[in-house]
Design a protein around this ligand. Structure first.
Ligand code: DP6
Length: 358
């Protein structure tokens, strides 16, 4: 597939107005995307768990209009929200070559998140995936012949142009994004599912997000990606991530949890090592992030229960563990780890199946 394959060839029907609603989950990377080229092409492949409970729900109402400007309103959690408009405007400009009908409609975009407003959880992945599914539904109305595979691939392609990691939120439970050595079907343009060889332990793997710092991040992901240009360790990091992904795939096929833990924690700390060694350097972890990591390591040593952590670009900690260990781990979180969270808050989530019509 090339980018040209996502430019519609013909318009088969004329659609006046309708509305459509999709919900899309967030995702958590196991091998991290950190560094990109022009047009949101990742420097290295990544792989993630698609989540289930942390999601964005977006309804798109479209009405045919005159004129050639983009026209849209954003309503966030019930109130008109001008702050989101520039993001959507940029998104529309980036994708209009692939959705030539965008200037023909006025859009009402009503959106909300299931996770708390200021939880420090980025909504860009779930939000961009939800809007991509909505505009694909409109394209399907116009060009009714498209296949399901094309629908998903193009939705992921469009979501990626909104926010790179959003590409991985369209499907689940585990997806790849970026050309890699282990799957011929993998692509830099869109995410693809892991497939049927995934070990069953990962079908319902748990993710509890410990909210260490609910404030906004001092350095955004986009700024962090940019700091990989000219980073002294960039080339080795991209190679390391590719090798880690190739090693992780057989581990996720056999369910070898000790090896899984080793690679996932190595990836989390390698991501933050890139931040520590950028110029300018920055630290997104907080003292309680480190306190939790140490406590997780002690717990694993004491109990041999396969609990591990990963981090995204922030201070919050994602705890990953098999469903069968929920009882002991939930008690541990409640009794010990919640003390390291802001207002004692954490979110219980698990691996999910991707975007769905709401
Ligand atoms: C650390 O997808 O948020 O979470 O493409 O600039 O929107 P943009 O960046 P974003 O970066 C995600 C970085 C990460 C790792 C990952 O999800 O793979």
């Amino acid at each position: 597939m090339t980018e040209q394959d996502f430019t519609p060839k013909s318009q088969t029907s004329n659609v006046e107005s309708a509305s459509v609603k999709w919900e899309s989950p967030s995702n958590i990377a196991l091998v991290k995307y950190w560094g990109k080229r022009e047009n949101q092409i990742p420097e290295n492949p990544s792989i993630s768990f698609t989540l289930s409970n942390c999601k964005t729900i977006t309804e798109l109402t479209y009405t045919k209009k005159e004129g050639t400007d983009f026209s849209f309103d954003v309503i966030f959690e019930g109130a008109k929200n001008a702050a989101f408009k520039p993001k959507i405007q940029i998104f529309f400009e980036r994708v209009e070559g692939y959705l030539p009908f965008l200037r023909d409609y006025h859009f009402k975009i009503e959106t909300s998140n299931t996770f708390p407003h200021s939880s420090g959880i980025a909504s860009s992945a779930s939000g961009m995936a939800a809007i991509a599914m909505n505009v694909m539904s409109l394209e399907k109305e116009i060009n009714s012949t498209m296949t399901d595979d094309y629908f998903h691939q193009k939705a992921s392609f469009l979501a990626r142009l909104g926010s790179g990691s959003a590409a991985r939120s369209i499907q689940g439970p585990v997806t790849f994004w970026g050309k890699n050595a282990v799957r011929d079907s993998s692509s830099d343009l869109f995410a693809t599912p892991f497939g049927t060889t995934l070990h069953s332990v990962f079908d319902n793997y748990q993710d509890t997000i410990l909210l260490v710092d609910k404030g906004s991040k001092p350095v955004s992901s986009t700024q962090g990606h940019n700091l990989m240009h000219g980073h002294p360790f960039a080339e080795n990091r991209f190679l390391q991530a590719s090798n880690n992904l190739s090693a992780l795939v057989p581990i996720m096929e056999t369910g070898a949890l000790d090896d899984f833990i080793h690679l996932v924690e190595l990836e989390a700390l390698s991501l933050h090592a890139m931040m520590l060694t950028s110029s300018p350097y920055f630290i997104l972890m907080q003292p309680n992030t480190l306190a939790i990591i140490h406590r997780v390591w002690e717990f694993r040593k004491e109990t041999s229960i396969p609990l591990c952590f990963t981090l995204d670009a922030g201070a919050n900690v994602h705890l990953l563990y098999p469903k069968q260990d929920i009882g002991v781990i939930h008690s541990f979180i409640k009794e010990e780890l919640s003390g390291f969270c802001q207002s004692g808050q954490y979110l219980l989530d698990e691996v999910g199946r991707g975007a769905k019509k709401a």
